[in-house]
Design a protein around this ligand. Structure first.
Ligand code: IMP
Length: 466
């Protein structure tokens, strides 16, 4: 039985949700290991659409267990909203959803601080999802965060007092004036408008909120590291579902324009308590072009008609925030970086059909920085901003790939495009998504995916076929 990590290889929004949904029949449980309700995908179940941000879409598969691991920051209100929507559609999560007692709790004042900071940053804001993710992880790293296991006794926790004091002081400061900043920080110069004033944080109300959350979460809370390791001991297969993408990883992404968690495959171990040696491989998800939301460098960005075409044709608008996504050509420098960082053994390529009507398709194979050609990803924003893409152009395939089920049935030049990506990225493409629906997917034979899916690819194909 294989334990597999599914990871985004770009800046998030690669279409991981569809791939995880497709692969569910090959796994016994789906495990989130980082992030919070900044993630999101819309899933169709029966005649309803769900916007899920915390609960893995595996919950819609009868018998699949879902785990929110210790590496996450959880906003219980957001979780209860999802559980209520699921219950209204007859999907019962109790007994199948498990929340780590060690996960950190995202408080409303974290979200308030996130918004106030962004307002003060002005033109060079990070473009966060305003969910409070950064402040919640900061509290964790600074050791005054509250964890799920602390909720019942939050009133006696000096950490709650520390958290309130720190956040209140910063909110006051931001409300008074935007801070001057160091050059290179993702903060505007000259200072942006002051953040709007905020109400004081009421300690008693926060304590009551924590107690209420603690009671309502209780049926779901477990020491999930023990649970997951016991499941592995008895031969079950786990799918670790990454949120965001490698280029948003706090360590390996385009810092400081990143999220605050380990969004690459390494996070699957630290964020769950399942040791690296118990994880069998990594499936990387790549979009056939590139998108990003929020600020930060994006070497292959297209601010022209083609960019607009990709946005419209690919419906590139955020699930969590509704923001239009920035669009550009496929960037093999980014994809190679991700292949290395994550140890990607096989790739799921999504949204190939979006490129169908283009006369010419481009792939960035290297960057030119100060006259020098580089195939590695530079560490600094300054270098990335100076980088010019070195493109390989290939002719479009002049035909529809929508709904194609077999690789051999793709137009010849679409197959050539896939082969070019395989060569540039250095990993085989095992899955190709040719439309938003589950049925619109190619699952190729003879790739490492067979092993990663515990030899249960036939079950995956059966589900794809409906
Ligand atoms: P945060 O995670 O809300 O702090 O946002 C930090 C950066 O990550 C911003 O550029 C966000 O747009 C981006 N981001 C966060 N979550 C996602 C996601 O699920 N998909 C794509 N981008 C995301």
């Amino acid at each position: 039985m294989a334990n597999t990590v599914v990871i985004g290889m770009q800046w998030g929004d690669e279409g991981k949700g569809k791939i995880v949904d497709l692969l569910c029949p090959a796994f016994d449980a789906v495990v989130r290991f980082q992030g919070g309700d900044n993630a999101g995908h819309t899933v169709k179940f029966g005649d309803r659409h769900f916007a899920l941000h915390l609960v893995p879409s595996g919950i819609l598969h009868e018998g699949t267990r879902c785990v929110l691991g210790n590496g996450m920051v959880i906003n219980p209100d957001a979780l209860f909203r999802e559980l209520e929507a699921l219950a209204a559609a007859g999907v019962e999560a109790a007994g199948r959803l498990f929340v780590s007692s060690r996960a950190h709790v995202l408080m409303p004042f974290h979200a308030e601080l996130d918004r106030a900071r962004e307002a003060a940053r002005g033109r060079r804001k990070i473009g966060t999802t305003s969910r409070g993710i950064g402040p919640a992880y900061e509290a964790k790293a600074s050791r005054y965060g509250l964890r799920v296991c602390d909720l019942a006794a939050a009133g006696r926790s000096p950490r709650l007092d520390a958290a309130i004091a720190k956040v209140a002081a910063e909110l006051d400061g931001l409300a008074a004036a935007a801070r001057p900043t160091a050059p290179g920080d993702p903060v505007v110069e000259p200072p942006a408008a002051s953040a709007p004033p905020t109400a004081p944080i009421d300690r008693d109300a926060e304590v009551a909120r924590c107690r209420d959350w603690g009671e309502r979460l209780e049926p779901y809370v477990r020491e999930t590291a023990y649970l997951l390791n016991a499941w592995i001991d008895r031969g079950e297969s786990l799918l670790f579902e990454g949120a965001q993408g490698t280029l948003l990883d706090l360590d390996h992404g385009t810092y400081p324009y990143v999220t605050s968690s380990s969004a690459s495959a390494g996070g699957a171990s630290t964020g769950t308590g399942v040791a690296p040696g118990r994880i069998d491989g990594v499936l990387g998800v790549l979009k056939a072009y590139t998108t990003r939301v929020g600020g930060g460098p994006f070497v292959t960005e297209l601010e022209d008609e083609t960019g607009g075409f990709l946005r419209e044709r690919g419906n590139e608008f955020g699930t969590t925030t509704g923001r239009p996504r920035r669009c550009g050509w496929f960037d093999a420098v980014v994809a190679r970086h991700s292949r290395m960082i994550n140890g990607v053994g096989a790739v799921a390529l999504t949204k190939l059909d979006v490129l169908d009507d283009l006369d010419q398709v481009r792939v960035c194979v290297a960057y030119r920085i100060d006259g020098e050609e580089r195939r590695d990803l530079p560490a600094t924003v300054a270098e990335l901003e100076r980088a010019e893409p070195v493109y390989r152009s290939v002719p479009g395939w002049g035909g529809s790939t929508v709904g194609t089920l077999e690789f051999e049935d793709l137009p010849a030049r679409a197959r050539d495009y896939v082969a070019l990506l395989e060569e540039e990225v250095g990993a085989p493409v095992a899955i190709i998504s040719t439309g938003p629906r589950r049925e619109e997917t190619i699952v190729r034979d003879g790739t490492p995916l067979d092993r990663l899916a515990s030899g249960r690819l036939e079950e995956v194909r059966r589900q794809r076929n409906g």
